[in-house]
Design a binder for this molecule. Structure first.
Ligand code: SF4
Length: 395
């Protein structure tokens, strides 16, 4: 086995040493540890990951979602959001194995979009997504029955966020709907409202509401929230008939934490700061922000920002921390980037993928054993792919 080499990326000092430095008694972050800090990843593990990846060569392609830890991102052949990564995997038919460093629904999407001979591996099966888990197949089927009983199912088009299980994507495809990402949600809703009179938006109520109100000019009164834990979704047939947007009661446990207080506090603390948030944030947060956009938008906006500008970013902390480090460099414009909230806000399920799991997956593959394969059954795949193809065909 080769000796450990330093990582090519800038190491993160410690998982909980966040963007601040020195003591910050009013937050959970910014405690500077005196003395030598331990290595971010065990050097032995780094060497083993390198060796296994080298042994596999072009037979493996490693995808790293933007919210992954630095020590995992260091081994990614490409980084991006979930849809970009699934397309990157599909564009590499020579790769026998796709190791998806992300969460379960992303690996499912990669399996749907890649060639049947390619095998998709999720290094830790516990890496789920709390938002995707908020919409179960049976709950959604029950919701459709409620819409049918209210006489609105025929004029309702389902639109499901990429952050949903393969079952929900298949439901969407089978019922004439489309998938959307946070980048194309506006186009998806416009398409759906040309096709029908109402949208059932799954599973993120915030993205659905923000897109409808901010981008399409609908009012908050045009939206109702369907609660799968209440009979009839907690709505009367009249409410369902009057609504244009029927929003599933789901949310992202990371983006849902940002509050209007976080926005007000950062504006008071950093005069001239630009607040940039993800559309999975609550409507009042999005309304108070200067800019709203997907992770890819956030990265582009910071690239294009004037030198010396100040930004508070409302998205997952691994990404914000990496961007803060990158854009603080003089060569990148010396921009000041802080995390919008004063408390820790990692995606805990994304963080399940760590270097030990990645090493285990790569070494198993190199040894001829496929572990943690994510495989979507043929029937589910057929309808989920239909919904994904409708998204690709959006004007
Ligand atoms: S950040 Fe939110 S939507 Fe993304 S994987 Fe984590 S819980 Fe799911």
């Amino acid at each position: 086995m080769s000796a450990a080499q330093p990582l090519d990326v800038q190491p993160t000092p410690l998982a909980l040493l966040l963007l601040g430095r020195e003591a910050d008694p009013t937050s959970e972050r910014g405690v500077e540890c005196p003395g030598d800090l331990p290595a971010p990843s065990d050097p032995g593990l780094v060497a083993r990951a390198r060796a296994a990846k080298e042994k596999l060569g072009d037979r493996v392609f490693v995808l790293g979602h933007h919210y992954q830890r630095d020590e995992v991102i260091a081994f990614a052949d490409v980084t991006g959001d979930s849809f970009k990564l699934a397309r990157e995997a599909a564009a590499r038919p020579e790769a026998e194995y796709i190791v998806f460093c992300g969460v379960h629904f992303m690996a499912e999407s990669a399996d749907i979009l890649t060639h049947a001979a390619q095998q998709v591996v999720l290094p830790d099966l516990a890496a789920g997504c709390s938002m995707a888990d908020m919409a179960g197949a049976e709950q959604v089927a029950e919701c459709w029955d409620v819409l049918t009983d209210a006489g609105v199912a025929e004029t309702t088009v389902p639109v499901s966020y990429m952050n949903s299980s393969a079952d929900i994507k298949a439901f969407t495809g089978a019922h004439g709907g489309t998938i959307c990402t946070s980048s194309n949600a506006k186009r998806a809703l416009e398409w759906a409202l040309e096709k029908g009179e109402k949208v059932l938006f799954l599973p993120d109520q915030h993205l659905g509401r923000n897109t409808a109100v901010r981008d399409l000019g609908l009012s908050l009164d045009d939206c109702v929230v369907y609660n799968p834990h209440k009979p009839g979704g907690g709505l009367t047939p009249e409410q369902l008939r009057a609504a244009t947007m029927i929003l599933w009661r789901g949310h992202c446990s990371v983006h849902g934490r940002f509050s209007l207080d976080s926005v007000n506090e950062v504006r008071a603390r950093i005069p001239g700061v630009n607040v940039l948030v993800h559309p999975e944030c609550k409507h009042e947060v999005v309304a108070a922000a200067d800019q709203v956009g997907s992770t890819e938008h956030i990265i582009r906006a910071l690239q294009d920002a004037p030198p010396g500008s100040k930004w508070a970013i409302g998205t997952e902390l691994n990404l914000v921390r990496r961007l803060a480090h990158r854009f603080a460099a003089e060569s990148e414009g010396g921009k000041e980037i802080v995390f919008l909230d004063r408390t820790v806000c990692f995606c805990s399920t994304m963080n399940r993928i760590d270097l030990p799991h990645l090493v285990w997956a790569l070494e198993s593959l190199a040894g001829g054993t496929v572990v943690n394969r994510i495989e979507v059954d043929t029937e589910t795949q057929k309808y989920a792919q239909l919904a994904l193809e409708r998204m690709l065909a959006l004007p």
